[in-house]
Design a binder for this molecule. Structure first.
Ligand code: MG
Length: 344
């Protein structure tokens, strides 16, 4: 196994604001693994609040003995090997897991979605995220989202109702709401949730602080629409801590450390009767295709990374009428890599 990696700055189409901060680009590490002439691609998207950077990712990669990986890959063992090298570092672990999954599919000559027994016909529509912004910019963003059947709105600031009212002047689409822990008063939050429900909001992500299990559970017990944990659930081990406090979880490959553990999270949440959304960070087609391989196993899909960014170095994933299309191609099914991307 040979490994090559590059630093890549993924630029956003619009500066992205959620409750707490704004950013205009996201640092990535793109990984290429080569095994017996098969190439596999991986991606670490390092949004600042998760604490990883290109340099932490690069130092993690130095600890990896690539000779350790021999096909057939045992992904449970791969995950425990990577975890034995260092805790945390979930984005760079995801890059390795995704690249190995890509190679695995190419060796088996099967798409990753088929290996994970995900049926392309069950692909949910994907949402398109609208960040917090001025009313005129919000209207512009909604107008640019014509191909989507559902919008995801970032709330958690002082003018949540105003923002929804602005959207409703230009769109009647169903809405997902992500409060990103922005609500602090549970009584105000439940009133707002009922109001949002009347406005066509169909689910709420992470309404209150991730540490406030009681507050979030109180809302879950009273909400007319599903309440999902995002920041409160990183990996498989967190599901037991929040069981009962939410209707469901938002699984992301950059939190779980890749496809294998994300799949385990989906199975565990299902065994507890919980709903599942698959989400993303700012990502290229690499991590998006990896998420899409699991997406038909989920209730909701929020994999809009390639639509929110402007310099994706791969071909955009196939998409029509609000949902992604899975193609019968081995591995992740990536196409159109920029030539010379990995050349030093
Ligand atoms: Mg979220």
């Amino acid at each position: 196994m040979q490994a090559a990696h590059i630093s890549f700055n993924l630029e956003l189409k619009h500066p992205f604001s959620i409750a707490g901060f704004t950013r205009t680009s996201t640092p990535l590490l793109l990984l290429k693994l080569t095994y017996e002439n098969m190439e596999g691609y991986g991606e670490a998207s390092m949004v600042p609040y998760l604490g990883e950077s290109y340099s932490t990712a690069e130092s993690f990669l130095k600890k990896v003995d690539w000779m350790h990986f021999k096909h057939p890959f045992n992904f449970a063992e791969v995950t425990s090997y990577l975890n034995s090298l260092d805790a945390g570092n979930s984005a760079v672990k995801a890059a390795i897991d995704i690249a190995l999954n890509d190679i695995n599919g190419k060796i088996l000559q099967k798409p990753c979605f088929e290996i994970y027994q995900a049926d392309p016909a069950k692909m949910p529509v994907t949402s398109y995220t609208i960040g917090i912004d001025k009313p005129e910019i919000i209207k512009e963003k909604v107008a640019g989202a014509k191909d989507f059947k559902v919008l995801k709105i970032k709330l958690g600031s002082a003018n949540d109702k105003e923002l929804i009212n602005t959207i409703r002047t230009v769109s009647n689409l169903p809405l997902y709401v992500d409060a990103n822990q922005g609500w602090t008063d549970r009584k105000m939050a439940i009133d707002l949730i009922y109001w949002l429900h009347d406005q066509g909001v169909v689910l709420i992500e992470q309404p209150m602080d991730k540490k406030d299990i009681d507050g979030n559970a109180w809302l879950t017990g009273r909400s007319p629409i599903p309440i999902l944990a995002d920041e409160a659930v990183q990996g498989l081990g967190d599901i037991d801590n929040i069981k009962g406090a939410y209707h469901g979880i938002n699984v992301k490959l950059m939190k779980s450390g890749g496809m294998y553990e994300a799949h385990q999270m989906i199975l565990k949440a299902r065994s507890y009767g919980m709903k599942v959304m698959i989400g993303c960070m700012s990502e290229t087609s690499v991590a998006t295709q990896a998420g899409l391989a699991l997406a038909p196993l989920c209730d909701w899909v929020d994999l809009d990374g390639p639509f929110l960014t402007k310099n994706n170095p791969f071909e955009q994933p196939a998409f029509a009428h609000g949902r992604y299309l899975l193609k019968d191609l081995p591995g992740l099914g990536l196409k159109g890599l920029l030539p010379n991307l990995f050349r030093p």
